[in-house]
Each structure stands twice: as C-alpha cells, then as structure tokens.
Design a protein around this ligand. Sequence first.
Ligand SMILES: Cc1cc2nc3c(=O)[nH]c(=O)nc-3n(C[C@H](O)[C@H](O)[C@H](O)COP(=O)(O)OP(=O)(O)OC[C@H]3O[C@@H](n4cnc5c(N)ncnc54)[C@H](O)[C@@H]3O)c2cc1C
Length: 453
Amino acid sequence: MNNLVGLLIAVIVTMFFVRRYLKKQKEREARAHEAVKKGSLRSDGPRSQHPHIDTTHCIGCATCTTVCPEGDVLAILAGQAVIVNGYKCIGHSLCAEACPVGAITMVMANPSMGADMPHLTPEYETSVSNMFIVGELGGLALIKNAVNQGRDCIDTIAMRIPGLRGARPAPDLLDALIVGAGPGGISASLRAIERKLNYLTIDESEIGGTVAKYPRQKLVLTSPVELPIYGKFRKTELSKEDLLSVWNEVLHKVDFKFRGGEKVEEIKKGGDGIFDVVTAKGQYRARTVVLAIGKGGSPRKLGVKGEELPKVMYRLIETDHYVNKNILIVGGGDSAVEAAMGLAHQIGNKVTVSYRKECFTRLKDRNEKRMEESMRKGKIQVIFNSNPVEFTEKSAILDVGGKLQEIPNDFVWIFAGGEAPTAFLKKIGVQVGMRDMTTEGSSEAKQSALVHV
Ligand SMILES: Cc1cc2nc3c(=O)[nH]c(=O)nc-3n(C[C@H](O)[C@H](O)[C@H](O)COP(=O)(O)OP(=O)(O)OC[C@H]3O[C@@H](n4cnc5c(N)ncnc54)[C@H](O)[C@@H]3O)c2cc1C
C-alpha cells in the first residue's frame, strides 16, 4: 500500500515538472517567434563581433538567450540557438562565456557587412605598419572591449620597441602616440606607463571619451575588466560620474602625459618609418601610433532649413535644465528614446519624437518596453513616417507621410548617428571598407571572414 502511494506521489511530481518544462518551452518558442518577426523587419545581419553557434554541440538549453543584455539577439528555434537579431549584438560575449557546452565562439562579421571598418590584424594593427586601432573604431563597442584592446595593443608595441629604437637614443621621439582618451586610450596610456614607454596621449576634447558625454547620472553597464595599474575593475553597474572619477583618480596618481583640447589632423609616415603627427597646436614624432578615437565622429546633420538655430542640438547631457518646454526629438535609436524619456520626466515638458520609419526596430529591449509604456501613458507622442523639413524659432515643421505638420517647439535634439571618422582614416592611408572577396579568392579567404576574437 505504502509503495503504491509513493509511486502515485512520484508520478504526480514528475507530471508537475514535465508540465512546467513544456510550458516554459512553449513560452520560449513564442518569444523566439516574436524575435524572428522583429528581426525580419531588418535586412542587415551582424555588423561586427557576434556569436557563432556550433550546432553540432548546441544543446538548446537557452542559457545564451537568458544572459544576453540586448534581449533577443539569439533565440531557441527547433531546439537550437540561432541568431535572429544579429544587428543588435554589440559584443558583450556573455553568451559565449555562459554556454555550458562551449558551443559559442565570438567571431567578426563578414567584411561585406563592415563597409566602413578598418582592416586590422589580430594585434589591432592597420594596413599601415606600427599604426594601431583600438576600441570602438575597430568595430567593437563597449567599454570593456576598448579597455582590453588598449592594454593588449601596448603589450604588442612594448615587444617591438627595442627593435624600433635601434641604437640611436632620441629623447624627443615618442615610443607611442596615443590619440583619444576614452576607455581605449586611458587603458593604453596606463599600460604604456607600466611598460615604461615614452608616450603621449592627445584628445581633442577631455578625458573619458564618449563616457564623459553620456547624459548626467546615466547608468553604465560594464563587465569586470583588468585596467592597467588599477587592477581588476569589478563593478558592473555604476553611474557615469563614478566611472569617470575612478579613471581620474588612477590617472591623477600616475604621471599621465596628456594634452587635451588638441585635435590630431594629420599623420604621415616618413621613409625612416617615423610618424609625423600634426595637431592644431603642434607637431610630434612617434615610432608607433595608437588610434583610440572611437566612432562617434561628428554628429550627422539633417541638412534641414533652420538647423543652424541655437535651439537645435545633437547631444543631451543635463535633462533637468529643461522644464515646461515643447521638445522635439528626431531619431529612433536608443540615444533618441533615452533622451525623450529623460526629458518627458521633467515637469511640464511636452515631448514629441519624429522617426522616419513606421516603427522602432533597433531598440534595446528595456528601452522598447519603457517607450511603449511612455507612449501608452501619453507622456511621449511619437510621429512615425515623419521627417523634419524646417525649424523656426517657435516651431518645427514635419513632413508626415507627404503632409506638412507644424508643431510648437522650443528645443530640438537630433540623434541621427555620427559620421564615422572614415575620411580621416583614408587620408592617413588606413585601408577601410569592403574587401574584394573575389580577388582574395578562394573559400579560404571567405573563411577568414570568420575571425575568432
Ligand atoms: C549613449 C551611449 C551609451 C553607452 N552605454 C554604454 C554602457 O552602458 N556600457 C558600455 O560598455 N558601453 C556603452 N557605450 C559604448 C561605449 O561608450 C563605447 O564603446 C566606448 O566609449 C568606446 O571607447 P573608445 O575608447 O573606443 O572611444 P571613445 O570613448 O569614443 O573615445 C574617443 C576619444 O577620441 C577623441 N578623438 C576623436 N578624434 C580625435 C582626433 N582626431 N584627435 C584627438 N582626439 C580625438 C574623442 O574626443 C574621444 O575623447 C555607450 C555609448 C553611447 C553613445
């Protein structure tokens, strides 16, 4: 009798777990189909680093889809992980780290996807020998990637320097000139100090790079990363201000050789292999150059009448400076909707978003959900299929599906992306753009598109 009761309980418990498993499986599949639907709205695949799934090993456990901070880059379909929104991948690599069977490796996109990408070796060297590119300009976003690359690139340089220095001492000749003081440039500078290199870091702006330009109190998400001199940086969530103060503290303690407010305008390599670096304020000679200049470049303009008015801006830092205003945000990416939500939060603001497409297709999951809620509650009005045609002192005129609509307006922010510093790279001789796979020939060349990182 006891055995029978035991068996019955065991059957009931097993059925409970099986049903729960099947329910979860169903929910996961529904999410996957939703993600596929969203992904099919876009024709572009992964643009830089992204996961490569070895389907012979994938067990469909969904660990990768759960850890991805971007939400739905991957999905489980027919019991295996597949890339459904590749364009959303910005290289966190958490899926590869978390996969219990090692079925995921991070690879670079096919060069045809990276039309404005510089050609780099695995040591981050450009087509110009001894000129390196680290950080976002090389195709990988994220602070941790910039820090890792800046550090590793200086290790490569430090190994080459004895050979490059030769027998002639030349104190005015830099071992490395680092352009840019964002996370990539800071990490490279700190490593250069550790490696006792004669270096100089130059930035057209201030220390911190893109991070310094984030909106005030923006929450920065990062991964544990090894910052030279500082050691392991373990915080994964902190405010922009806190992150900048950590960097400033480290740089303050060391002899950081830095020139701010100085834009590098020209870099030429002489016959002797030495680089002549020209800025608006001076000229430098260096054995190697590290470009850590990010991808921000200059903000893309719309070319619309009235765009030169002081009320039209391209970067928002302090949302709380704006209250009781009519505000127009132009754009449909994460920066645009984050600015819109921040401004809609301030007292009395009436925020309108103008987006040229019929829906948002490239938002981070959390932004998409918050935006849907803001629209539902009437905090933000979004005008899809619209383009600004003119800004005046008191209004903005939009072309909405062929009809002109004038809305009262005090301030405009345009988030139309940045013009990547491609022209600068081409000017200094760095090869950029699609590789001709036909002349590179063979399946071997095509295979090399799958560069493991
Ligand atoms: C709104 C926003 C939010 C983000 N949030 C996160 C986040 O939460 N977590 C995360 O990991 N990443 C985030 N990122 C991405 C991250 O900020 C970048 O990937 C990172 O800053 C890239 O570092 P970098 O060193 O390559 O370049 P940057 O940080 O862009 O620094 C480049 C520096 O080079 C300088 N420079 C450019 N051209 C020249 C020149 N010709 N001469 C001299 N100096 C020059 C610039 O002034 C700048 O200071 C975010 C990006 C944005 C735009």
